[in-house]
Design a protein around this ligand. Structure first.
Ligand code: TRP
Length: 323
């Protein structure tokens, strides 16, 4: 069975884009993969975090994995900082295989650093820690959004370089990028990916009440046209809403276009609001099933399962280096 590994930073509520872009894909993959899903808390601290909020966010992300349908009997869910090998391997890769020029080229770093007056060294080094996450588990496949492709490619390059310089050690991973059809754009700016950092009305949080979500959808950007047609270049807002509806109701966009031929935007949005509300209510119901203690127990159990895997790979790395 192939191994998949992925993770999300515990930096706040997940939104609909995270759900369709990442979580829902993981849920499908777990049935025929050895699946490892990480709460990447060491990545979260590359930018300043409030102590209490971070602790709560770690539990909240793990709970979202569970509510989305990651089954702890099938998949491993664990917290990055519970496994010391992640930072150890990151340090080793820093020294052996990673070069300053690799990191200077990373778009996510350039983006994030431009928002900080004096960014942390950790923010710069972020992709190396991510490479360590992936390489520690002999990962075959990394399901991620398109924005993470550059990082997974770096992990591949580092693995190849290390194997070349020190002997066969790492499995070479590849990225699995979700299909374009599941890429959710911002509600108030449908030309960019949905993101909570753009603003409250840009995204629907998985914790939004149906009322709040409905308001955001009714306010979503459309166009001065009246036609409900999938045309991302000319009608990004309507196309994005069609994508959301097609995923939620499991219908083809073509069929939705037909269904809404003589329909106004208001009525179309109302239907999306209803579907989203149903989805959120269901998700939030499932999330409520897991107390903090239960989530922490699942994370502790995950830690036990991944510990020997990480230790084996790191021991091999140390041997190859003569440490
Ligand atoms: N950098 C990823 C993101 O921002 C999160 C992440 C950290 C990750 N380590 C990973 C994703 C390992 C996949 C595999 O989305």
């Amino acid at each position: 069975m192939k191994t998949i590994f992925s993770g999300i930073k515990p930096t706040g509520d997940l939104h609909l884009g995270n759900y369709f872009g990442a979580l829902s894909q993981w849920v499908d993959l777990q049935h025929d993969h050895h699946s490892i899903f990480c709460v990447v808390d060491y990545h979260a601290i590359t930018v300043p975090q409030d102590k209490k909020a971070l602790h709560n966010n770690i539990i909240a992300i793990a709970r979202s994995y569970l509510a989305a349908g990651i089954d702890p009997k099938k998949s491993i869910i664990f917290r990055q900082s519970d496994i010391k090998e992640h930072t150890e391997l990151a340090w080793i890769l820093n020294c052996t295989s990673a070069r300053m020029s690799d990191l200077e080229n990373m778009t996510q770093y350039k983006d994030a650093a431009s928002k900080q007056i004096n960014p942390s060294v950790g923010l710069f080094d972020y992709p190396i820690l991510m490479a360590a996450d992936i390489l520690l588990y002999n990962t075959d496949t990394v399901p991620v959004g398109h924005d993470q492709l550059q990082h997974v490619e770096l992990a591949r390059d580092l693995a190849k370089r290390f194997n070349h310089d020190y002997g066969e050690t790492f499995k070479i991973p590849s990225a699995l990028i979700r299909s374009e059809g599941s890429r959710i754009m911002g509600l108030d700016d449908p030309t960019k990916k949905m993101s909570k950092s753009i603003g409250e009305n840009n995204c629907i949080s998985l914790n939004d009440s149906p009322e709040v979500a409905t308001k955001k959808i009714m306010r979503a950007a459309t166009d001065s046209d009246t036609v409900i047609k999938y045309d991302p270049a000319n009608k990004p807002g309507i196309s994005n809403l069609l994508t959301i509806l097609s995923i939620l109701e499991n219908k083809k966009i073509k069929d939705l276009e037909k269904e809404f031929t003589d329909c106004g935007y208001g009525q179309f949005k109302q239907r999306i609001a209803n579907s989203v509300s149903k989805f959120l209510t269901n998700f939030q119901e499932k999330a409520k099933h897991y107390s903090d203690e239960q989530v922490l127990t699942i994370l502790a159990d995950g830690q036990k399962q991944v510990e020997p895997l990480a230790a084996t790979v790191l021991a091999k790395v140390r041997t190859q280096l003569g440490l």
